[in-house]
Design a protein around this ligand. Structure first.
Ligand SMILES: C[S@@+](CC[C@H](N)C(=O)[O-])C[C@H]1O[C@@H](n2cnc3c(N)ncnc32)[C@H](O)[C@@H]1O
Length: 256
């Protein structure tokens, strides 16, 4: 996905909204970062978790954020500008530019499900972690990610199109076996599910609906249908019958 312009803005709104903040907090707490540690955030986006981690490691630590998108890394550099212990790099999670056993902690929020060769990315993640290092990642159960309130046929069209945005729809259910094969143990999972019943300015659903609409247009869904879908969600919101459901899953593991 191109993260310039409105897409970048909506992605940042998603990271900063209530639900974005709570999944970041879940990862932050699971990592148990200590002063002076080295932390890697894979698919760091606009650098919100990198900043939180850097404030925890302090000046004696090192926090590296890596993302495939130049636009995301540029936003992250702005967000972390005052923090000298932060380094931000463009790169690919399947081919990390780090030596073996470099990091105490590894974080990744909603990145692995976008990588075709997720096993290669997990093997690279394991390679760069110190033995006993802690990993915490969030991926979404996309089969259960759904807006409610638009007319069913139109709603199905938009959701079926959205499925194309991500190659792994149910990655959390595959992760335990994959993580074990990559060299992790102590694997645990918990859902951090949420619902939105309104599309207020601080709700995940408000900004996600814009991303979904832009993706549908890029997939050549008729502009009138995309506009009607957004309009119907707004009407449902005004009438008190809007809903949005998502089930992100926090997975934690320890490097062998
Ligand atoms: C949904 S965004 C999440 C961003 C951030 N972690 C957050 O929570 O706001 C997914 C991110 O993964 C990045 N990404 C996708 N494939 C990648 C890859 N192979 N290597 C590194 N980053 C990747 C994208 O560029 C994007 O910034």
């Amino acid at each position: 996905m191109d993260f310039g312009g409105d897409i970048g803005l909506w992605q940042r709104k998603i990271a900063e909204c209530q639900e974005g903040t709570s999944r970041r907090l879940a990862v932050f707490e699971a990592l148990g970062i200590q002063s002076g540690q080295s932390v890697l955030d894979l698919g760091c986006g606009a650098g919100h978790l990198v900043r939180d981690a850097a404030l925890a490691t302090g000046d004696t630590g090192r926090v590296i954020g890596l993302d495939a998108s130049e636009e995301q890394i540029s936003a992250a550099r702005e967000h972390c500008a005052s923090l000298d212990m932060v380094e931000l790099l463009t790169g690919d999670a399947t081919n990390l530019p780090f030596e073996d056993e470099k990091f105490d902690c590894l974080a990744s929020i909603q990145m692995y499900e976008y990588i075709d060769d997720v096993d290669a990315a997990l093997a690279e993640s394991a390679r760069v972690m110190k033995p006993g290092g802690r990993a915490a990642m969030v991926s979404v159960l996309w089969d259960h990610w759904r807006f409610h309130g638009a007319e069913p046929e139109l709603n199905n069209l938009i959701h079926n199109t959205w499925r194309l945005h991500c190659p792994h729809q149910m990655l959390p259910l595959e992760l335990p076996v994959k993580l074990k094969a990559a060299g992790f143990n102590g694997i645990a999972q918990r859902p951090i599910a949420f619902i939105n019943t309104h599309m207020h300015e601080n709700a995940f659903a408000r900004w996600a609906s814009q991303l979904v609409a832009a993706f549908a247009l890029a997939q050549a869904v008729e502009a009138g249908k995309v506009a009607a879908w957004l309009q119907q969600l707004e009407t449902a919101d005004r009438e008190g019958r809007f809903g949005f459901v998502s089930v992100p899953v926090l997975t934690t593991a320890t490097a062998l």
